[in-house]
Design a binder for this molecule. Structure first.
Ligand SMILES: [Fe+2]
Length: 176
């Protein structure tokens, strides 16, 4: 069972994670159009991870006796002002997501909902990693991305990222 405010925020987060997924898929498409297939791969993996995050929230709501209420996911942008603009936007987006998760944590603490506080622990740590990845991507682009050879090598490096299903999803799916 949930406090209604916490339950609403958790449901909003499912939608926010789906929006994140679509935002990164849209960025991935932009990179593919520009033949930057390594960046496209990196953002495609990011899309898959965001869908995992959505499912992690979805499973938690259900497992803890709440009601899942899916809603409309806003359309992501499809036109971007270049690689640097995308990398900057993805960092800003992760900072926003962190603040949303902190808000849920504060709401949960205020009603002594410790199961939600404990659940959010992993996601808060994950956000540290997400922000770190996004700022590293931006910094490396600023350092090496200004000439075509540097960009080629960055693109190759970004392309080495592979998706593996987040352990949290597997654990929760096995609980069903
Ligand atoms: Fe996420």
């Amino acid at each position: 069972m949930f406090d209604p405010k916490v339950e609403t925020l958790l449901n909003k987060q499912v939608i926010a994670e789906m929006y994140s997924a679509n935002l990164y898929l849209s960025m991935s498409a932009w990179f593919r159009e520009k033949s930057l297939d390594g960046y496209a791969q990196w953002f495609y993996v990011q899309y898959k991870e965001e869908m995992d995050h959505a499912l992690i929230f979805y499973n938690f709501i259900l497992n803890a006796g709440g009601k899942v209420k899916l809603g409309q996911v806003d359309a992501p942008p499809h036109d971007f002002d270049g690689t640097k603009a995308i990398l900057k936007k993805s960092l800003e987006h992760e900072q926003l997501v962190t603040s949303l998760i902190y808000n849920i944590n504060e709401a949960a603490l205020s009603v002594k909902d410790y199961k939600t506080v404990q659940f959010l622990d992993w996601l808060i740590r994950e956000q540290v990693e997400e922000e770190d990845n996004a700022s590293t991507n931006l910094e490396r682009f600023e350092l090496f991305g200004s000439d075509s050879l540097g960009l080629l090598s960055l693109d190759e490096e970004m392309g080495s990222r592979r998706y593996s299903q987040t352990a949290q999803v597997a654990v929760l799916e096995n609980d069903e």
